[in-house]
Design a protein around this ligand. Structure first.
Ligand SMILES: [Zn+2]
Length: 453
């Protein structure tokens, strides 16, 4: 969490970036891959691409986002029906009806505004016919599509990418995920999440999973640095503000984009587990405020705001997640993991304000909230985004300071397990339950032996 004093600065920065991208990103329509599906506007004789000035943008894009390729949606393999689209958009992906300005749901097709007045995308909402090749590739599989597995190896063959949140180490101060109480060792969120990742991986592997790390040390995944990251010219007049904006573009935007490329292009997992520790506003990191409450919640992708839907790349990602049917799998996984977490930790749920514009409750489950984060939007598979504990709470801070250990120890006057093992164990148990419940059980030994490695 961030001190409230940053919020106005952030708003100004985001407005500046938006304006900059509007003016700076100008991929001409002709340079894009030839669209296979895309329908041309009603009056091509008056809006010919060749007649358009080459600098006309296709619509605003989020910072560092490439221009989206809409042609991938020509033949989704197994698209949702119109009722499913309407329900998912209303219940999870948005908080108001203004999405209908961009997405029009018909009986057998979905018409999407690309931001380019000459091009709309028409997506069929009926399954492709026999032999029809799908244009929309999906690298992940839901639990129900895996071959049978023995009950003690429910994750056999499941590819899981663990994404330890933030960078940690020497970068923790810059990314504002650092605080220190007196002479205690400082708390760096990025180091805590890496420790949980190292404890979680063997637990998942024991259940049969093939685990990869999105980050395995305290270094950025991105090659960019604050002085190299593309910077919006003139968006910040004050040199100090400009420097801080460049830092955020580096450790947040460029870093998550680099992680997304690693996930979507190299690792191609069946699910990603994003590990975080929550915090309350701690004020001065060298003299942090400690609070006496803690909580847990799990984030799913959704709750796109009206402003976010103005960005063509965000509509593109939303549509991709919708057509790949990511949400139903993500929700079932999240439900199991939240239940396991609640049982093992007794953490109460974190509740967003009832009329929040940035969060939408999912299924009436107090632990599950949809939010449109860069990571859970860009990672194109089910994403479990965990926000347990409060690092600067009087309940969790002593456990963090106690470090990792086996079994139970007296911490803060109570016998308690290591907070890191408790975290890893709860996640592994939830994922195990999901695959145990949804994956077919083998009829025979032979069937389990013949499955892929
Ligand atoms: Zn975090």
């Amino acid at each position: 969490m961030r001190p409230a004093s940053w919020i106005p600065l952030l708003v100004v920065a985001l407005l500046g970036i938006g304006a900059w991208w509007w003016s700076a990103s100008s991929p001409p329509a002709a340079a894009e891959p030839a669209p296979r599906v895309v329908e041309v506007a009603p009056r091509p004789e008056t809006i010919r691409p060749a007649a358009r000035p080459s600098m006309v943008p296709l619509g605003p894009l989020s910072p560092l986002s490439p221009a989206p390729d809409w042609s991938i949606f020509s033949h989704p393999a197994n698209p949702p029906g119109p009722e499913q689209v309407l329900a998912e958009m209303a219940e999870v992906y948005t908080g108001s009806n203004s999405w209908k300005r961009w997405f029009q749901v018909g009986e057998s097709e979905l018409v999407v505004d690309t931001g380019d007045p000459t091009r709309r995308v028409i997506v069929p909402l009926v399954p492709a016919g026999e032999g029809g090749e799908s244009s929309l590739t999906r690298y992940w599989r839901p639990a129900s599509e895996f071959p049978p597995a023995q009950p003690d190896r429910p994750l056999r063959g499941v590819r899981i990418a663990i994404d330890p949140g933030h960078i940690g180490g020497d970068w923790a101060v810059m990314e504002e995920r650092w605080f220190q109480v007196g002479g205690d060792p400082p708390v760096k969120e990025g180091d805590l999440t890496l420790l949980v990742a190292q404890l979680l991986a063997p637990r998942l592997e024991e259940l049969g999973a093939r685990v990869s790390f999105v980050r395995s040390d305290s270094q950025p995944v991105t090659e960019e640095r604050p002085d190299s990251v593309p910077r919006p010219d003139g968006s910040e007049q004050d040199p100090g503000d400009a420097a801080r904006l460049a830092e955020r573009l580096f450790y947040r935007t460029a870093e998550i984009h680099a992680r997304a490329r690693r996930i979507n292009e190299q690792l191609q997992p069946d699910l990603v587990i994003c590990l975080h520790f929550n915090a309350d506003g701690w004020g001065n990191p060298a003299k942090p405020t400690l609070v006496d409450r803690h909580h847990f919640h799990l984030l799913l992708n959704g709750a796109y705001t009206d402003d976010e839907l103005r960005y063509a790349d965000q509509r593109h990602h939303l549509l991709n997640r919708l057509l790949q049917r990511i949400h139903p799998e993500e929700r079932e996984l999240a439900t199991e993991v939240a239940a396991a977490f609640a049982e093992r930790t007794a953490l109460p749920p974190y509740l967003y304000e009832a009329n929040s514009s940035r969060a939408v409750n999912v299924d009436g489950n107090a632990y599950l909230w949809a939010r449109n984060l860069l990571a859970n939007r860009l990672y194109l598979c089910p994403v479990l985004f965990l926000e347990p504990y409060v690092m600067n709470s009087t309940l969790d801070y002593p456990r963090i300071q106690a470090g990792d250990y086996e079994g139970f120890r007296e911490v803060d006057g109570r016998m308690q397990p290591s907070i890191f093992r408790e975290y890893a164990g709860a996640v592994a148990e939830g994922v195990r339950r999901h695959f145990s419940n949804h994956r077919p059980v083998p009829l025979s030994e032979a069937e389990a032996e013949t499955e892929e490695p």
